[in-house]
Design a protein around this ligand. Structure first.
Ligand code: PLP
Length: 244
């Protein structure tokens, strides 16, 4: 095959085709669901748009996505005005400082990163009395990494019991960002552990607690996560390209 001029070729290779990337991710999600005898509707694709401009979100929306995730309140805020015409469900994925709870409550319809009762209460207080309920997940630090947010596995049942009583929050499940390991197979035990922890809490039949949602799996390991029960996969790079 004849090669074109070097520079032009590399530009073509680097260009990110968001609709095509989404189509490929959707195929991989469908295949992972088929392998694990799950229905496609059980898995929600959350497109992680952090560091990418509002136009990229618009392109992904046009390609059919409705759930988007960000990890910084400020950045999320700056992207809202140009996207105000789109019906998007926004997911907060990053560590949330309690002094940003009020703003986060305005900007997001889901919070995946609740890691204390204090934060849960702040999110609850930030809501107007007639506000919609807020689905939340507890972020679990399964790797015990000091650099990562989230609560240790042993503390999750107690925290779940407390958050269950905070109105108008709806505790729906757990979220994990496992230690980064290149080989997705090596991440599988963490996903299993998250599912087991959710099942253990569900079995206690705490009032107002449903642990159905498992937010796990990113660009390099979402297929393994789906095989292990993920209901929310958070995919950035595989849709929008790299973030450097
Ligand atoms: C950035 C981010 C993702 C997406 O990661 P990719 O590897 O780009 O798919 C998922 N979850 C959280 C919490 C993130 O901060």
């Amino acid at each position: 095959m004849a090669r074109g001029p070097g520079t032009r070729e590399s530009v073509t290779i680097m260009a990110v085709n968001i609709p095509e990337n989404i189509a490929r991710v959707q195929e991989r999600i469908a295949a992972a669901c088929a392998r694990s005898n799950r229905r496609r509707e059980e898995v929600r694709l959350v497109a992680v748009s952090k560091t990418h401009p509002a136009e990229s979100v618009r392109a992904a929306f046009a390609a059919g996505l409705r759930d988007f995730g960000e990890n910084r309140v400020q950045e999320a805020q700056s992207k809202r005005p140009p996207l105000a015409d789109l019906e998007i469900t926004w997911h907060m994925l990053g560590h949330l400082q309690s002094n940003k709870a009020r703003l986060a409550r305005e900007l997001f319809q889901w919070v995946h990163s609740v890691d204390s009762l204090y934060l849960a209460n702040k999110l609850a207080q930030a809501a107007a009395s007639d506000a919609a309920r807020l689905p939340v997940l507890i972020e679990v630090n399964l790797g015990g990494e000091a650099s990562k947010a989230g609560v240790r596995a042993g503390e999750v049942p107690g925290l779940a019991e407390q958050i269950a009583q905070v109105e108008p929050l709806d505790l729906r499940g757990l979220m994990v960002i496992p230690p980064f390991i290149e080989n997705p197979e090596a991440v599988r035990p963490y996903f299993r552990q998250l599912r087991a922890l959710a099942a253990e809490i569900e079995a206690r039949k705490l009032p107002n607690v449903s642990m159905r949602e498992l937010s796990m799996g990113m660009s390099h390991d979402f297929e393994v996560a789906i095989e292990e029960g993920a209901t929310l996969v958070r995919v950035g790079t595989a849709i929008f390209g790299s973030r450097e």
